[in-house]
Structure formats: C-alpha cells, structure tokens
Write a protein that binds this ligand. Structure first.
Ligand SMILES: *Cc1c(COP(=O)(O)O)cnc(C)c1O
Length: 228
C-alpha cells in the first residue's frame, strides 16, 4: 500500500512540467495514507468535504497547504475560511458574499479560484460560462477575496473532447488576464485529474488534482466528484 503510493507519486511527478503544482487528492483515504504522500515531499493536498479537510488538517503536519476542491455550501463557509489555503470552488454570488463576510469578520483575505461548469452539465457545480462575467465583477469588488485563477471539472469524454474543454478553459484564463487587479489575478489554472492530467498540462494547466492515480481506487459509496 505504502509502496504503491510512493511509486504512483514518482510516476505522476515524472509526467509533470515545470511550474505545475501537484495536489494529492486524499479524500476518503486515511491521514496515514496522506502522511505517506507527505513523506515523499507532497505539501499540497485536496479534499472535497470541509469536515474531512479539517480532520486531516488536525492530524497532519502544519506545513501542508489544504485545497478545498469540492463544492461549498454557504453554511460551511464559517468553518473553512482561515483553514483552507485555497478554495477552488467559488461558483456563485451568494457564496462569494458569504466568503467575503466571514473573511472580513476574521480580518483575512481568502484566496479562491472561480470554478466554471465548462461543459454546462446539469449535474455539476461551477458557474455557467454565460454568468462568468457577472461573478468576476462581483468578486473584483470584494476586498476580502483574492481570485487567483480558475478551476474546472470537465465532462467525461474522449481525449480529444477533453482537449477541447481544456482549450476553452485556457482561453478564458488568458482573456481574464486583462482584468487583473490587486485582488484579481490569473496565476492558477486548476484542471486535470487522474484520467486526463497529461492532456490538461499539455493545454496549459498549472495545477493538477490527482486522487486515484496516487492513492488507488476510492470506495464508490464515499466522496464522489462533488460536495460536502
Ligand atoms: C475527487 C476529485 C479529484 C480527483 O479525482 P481522481 O479521478 O481520483 O484523480 C479532482 N478534483 C475534484 C474536484 C475531485 O472531487
């Protein structure tokens, strides 16, 4: 088990380009398994549920950067603001306002990515492309949120279909660079998971979120691609 994790990380690392951050998605796996990854040098971990993120954080070294990658309910904002290094799933105005309010209360600035539902799938979270500008303008007006880039979970498909979605994301990312300001920048393009991260990197991803490709198969009854 431990050896598998170490070998998997070596294999994934070998296919990364310079400047690409590897986030090890430890959801549904134990703190001990995450610690094996930590010991190989991994310092970025992704969780999709707030509760699980907080529990792992309490049981693992302090120098880990915890990424919240799952969709976030406004009633969990209070718990995660100040705890997560980066929230990848800012996707709607009410969530932006809730993060702003809580960050202001704690007197901090919270780093977020805007999640885009680039495949316009009903089942997925993320702002629809047609509502992106609105959310961007709102976020740019909020003093306690700093937008650092974009995130997407693309639809399942062939490698060529994947590539088209990644290209669309990269185009949007590049377009939004024109709007850069003090609390709005396009530095991080979070796209690519176990099955498609090589293509994602090819198309300009700067951060890949790899779960099964590091920790092995997850129990399908726990932690899907959404939520907490
Ligand atoms: C679970 C999850 C991942 C990792 O998926 P794998 O296919 O296991 O690599 C990446 N991003 C998000 C948002 C997830 O929920």
């Amino acid at each position: 088990m431990e050896n598998d994790i170490i070998e998997n990380i070596e294999r994934v690392r070998a296919s990364l380009k310079e400047g690409v951050t590897l986030v090890a998605v430890s959801k549904t796996h134990t703190a001990q398994e995450a610690k094996t990854a930590y010991d190989t040098g991994i310092r970025d971990f992704g969780e999709n549920r707030v509760q699980e993120l907080l529990e792992k954080k309490a049981n693992l070294p302090d120098d880990i950067k915890w990424h919240l990658i799952g969709s976030l309910q406004t009633n969990k904002v209070r718990k995660v603001v100040g705890e997560a290094f980066l929230i990848h799933s800012l996707d709607r105005p009410e969530l932006a306002l809730a993060i702003e309010k809580e960050s202001s209360k704690k007197d901090i600035v919270t780093d977020c990515l805007i999640e885009i539902n680039i495949g316009c799938e009903d089942s997925k979270s993320g702002v629809l492309p047609e509502h992106l500008d609105e959310l961007v303008e709102l976020a740019r007006s909020l003093k306690h949120i700093r937008i650092r880039g974009l995130m997407a979970i693309i639809p399942k498909g062939t490698q060529e279909e994947n590539r088209e979605y990644f290209k669309k994301m990269k185009q949007t990312f590049d377009d939004l660079k024109k709007k850069e300001s003090e609390n709005f920048s396009m530095e991080i393009l979070s796209m690519g998971m176990t099955n498609d991260y090589v293509t994602a990197i090819d198309e300009g991803s700067t951060l890949v979120r790899v779960g099964e490709g590091i920790f092995g198969a997850r129990d399908k009854n726990r932690g899907g691609n959404q939520n907490g």
